[in-house]
Design a protein around this ligand. Structure first.
Ligand code: NDP
Length: 516
């Protein structure tokens, strides 16, 4: 018997011993910077001259690693290797596959600080954000291992007289896993292990800014006993290698998390049958958000609200799909709350993620920095700048946490996903107006309401149209098993990661009837 699933506890960096361990891990990972990482196809390691170089967004001249780019031959071979591995892996018992995940979770727990340190360097996560990502990766493996075993239990069907009737779930085949960079371990790990524990085999194409973290994860799976060919590691440019994989006739499903634009493109490309293709590809696409925290005049503690808004807006520099990018505040408390939000924002220290005194690190790369600064310029012309509004240093991609007030509900700042440290505060006449603003974008990922009024909380429960609704708490920080995660509308296909339904996305039900 395995113990029931419990979320991995977060580490306490206030404890001096814990801080020491993190410092040691940072020093140890520093020794490994500049390493080269190969493609992995059917367990075979391959290197080419063409590599992705990743660097530290806190320190632009610091190389993190070099990762070989897969070419079309590698993709073809990876699909072949995955097909071969599928023949045995799909017939392993669910318990066998689950145990590989449980072992990998245990191994990752042992190396927690090292993975966190790597995230600090390659993804620019502050210590607590890095720890949260590693904990979530462990959670996904622990949770999906148990769900796979549950899914293998007999399905209840009606037995007709003289017949034996049964139904069971079988895996789909060879899939593509295409994760984003912002949860470079948790999402990469959750998407990969959810698919494989259900019996599929995959090609994993990591995000091009964080492939070293993905390479470490693939190595960990191998060290944990994952058979060769179940996960094939094929890094490369999304627009080249990604399209090649998604459009391939022998790819059965695509599990994607990333931007709306790329998600819609993948959905379209996957929908077009290719020569020799004998199935409709299944696309799981989790995409962007324009998430909100709504505050009415009945909530008693505006300090607590301000603290939650600032954490949700600027945690990991606002680069979370669930980040609070809109605070929608009713007029009666607007001025008071905005003052508190601005004061807290101005108190945030910005700087290298490796320094635990910094609450806010860098944004991920040059293109992201430019795009965010462009949005800030748009904001300066259309709203009231209340905090931040510029870069803080050129040593890294550092942008000051930025707050705009009196943003119009239909303004660019209130409608488009910026994916950076920019908060738009919108003034609502009253609660009804606030709810209509909250629902007034094309997205529907996360949202919060702070209210002391039972009727309003119930109204939001029913009518605030988001996949993840939070009442009287912030809109970030979903926990595997507690908060099934996925969005409505243009936020995606609502895959509900970390839920009992997730593995169903990577299976199909087979019904068998035998007449005696
Ligand atoms: P992108 O859409 O830019 O990239 C996501 C992945 O898709 C990357 O691996 C990328 O590769 C790949 N890709 C890019 N183009 C193609 C293509 N033509 N075919 C196949 N694959 C392709 O997103 P980001 O990585 O920038 O991530 C940020 C986005 O992710 C935000 O919009 C955020 O809201 C969303 N997100 C959503 C979540 C959710 O659960 N709803 C969770 C986390 C993030 P490459 O890196 O090589 O370009």
């Amino acid at each position: 018997m395995i113990e029931p699933y419990r979320p991995e506890p977060l580490v306490n960096f206030q404890d001096p011993q814990v801080r020491d361990r993190m410092e040691q891990a940072l020093a140890s990972v520093r020794q490994q910077l500049g390493n080269h990482y190969p493609i992995v196809v059917g367990g075979e390691r391959r290197t080419h001259e063409t590599e992705i170089r990743t660097y530290n967004p806190s320190k632009l001249d610091e190389t993190i690693g070099f990762v070989t780019k897969a070419d079309p031959t590698d993709v073809e071979d990876a699909i072949q290797a995955a097909e071969e591995a599928f023949r045995s892996w799909s017939h392993q018992s669910a318990a066998f596959r689950a145990r590989v995940l449980l072992k990998a979770a245990a191994n990752m727990r042992r190396q927690k600080f090292l993975f966190s340190a790597l995230e600090v360097y390659e993804a620019g996560k502050t210590w607590p954000e890095a720890d949260g990502d590693v904990a979530e990766a462990i959670d996904f493996m622990e949770y999906y291992a148990r769900q796979a075993m549950r899914l293998a239990e007999p399905v209840t069907v009606t037995n007709l007289p003289g017949e034996e009737d049964e139904a069971f779930y079988i895996p789909l085949g060879v899939g593509a896993i295409i994760p984003p960079w912002n949860f470079p371990l948790a999402i990469c790990c959750g998407m990969t292990t959810g698919a494989i524990v259900a019996g599929n085999t995959v090609l994993l194409k990591p995000a091009s800014v964080t492939p070293v973290i993905a390479a470490w994860f693939v190595r960990l799976l191998e060290e944990s006993g994952l058979p060769k060919g179940v996960v094939n590691f094929v890094p490369g440019d999304g627009s080249k290698i990604g399209d090649l994989i998604v459009g391939h006739p022998r790819i059965r499903f695509i599990s994607f998390t990333g931007s709306k634009e790329v998600g819609l493109h993948i959905n379209e490309l996957a929908a077009k049958p290719q020569k020799g293709q004998i199935w409709i590809k299944r696309v799981v696409a989790e995409m962007g958000g324009k998430d909100c925290i709504v505050v009415d005049e009945t909530y008693p503690d505006l300090d607590a609200v301000a603290a939650d808004i600032v954490t949700a807006a600027f945690g990991y520099q606002g680069q979370k799909c669930s980040a609070c990018s809109r605070a929608i505040v009713v007029d009666a408390v607007y001025d008071k709350l905005v003052e508190k939000i601005v004061a807290r924002t101005k108190a945030l220290t910005v700087g290298p993620a490796a320094d635990p005194n910094n609450a806010v690190g860098p944004v991920i790369d040059g293109p992201a920095e430019r795009k965010i600064l462009e949005y800030i310029e748009v904001g300066k012309k259309t709203a009231k700048l209340l905090a931040g509004g510029s870069k803080t240093s050129d040593a890294g991609h550092f942008i000051a946490p930025t707050v705009f007030g009196d943003v119009a509900e239909d303004a660019v700042l209130a409608q488009e996903e910026i994916f950076g440290p920019v908060l738009a505060i919108i003034r609502a006449r009253d609660f009804e107006h606030a709810m209509s603003i909250a629902n007034g974008t094309e997205f529907g990922l996360t949202g919060s309401l702070f209210s002391g009024c039972r009727n309003r909380l119930e109204y939001a429960r029913r009518d605030l149209h988001v996949g993840n609704l939070y009442l009287n708490r912030k809109c970030t920080g979903a926990v595997v098993g507690a908060h099934p995660f996925g969005g409505f509308n243009m936020s995606g296909t609502d895959s509900k990661t970390g839920s009992p339904d997730y593995l169903l996305l990577f299976t199909q039900m087979k019904s068998v009837a035998e007449r005696y």
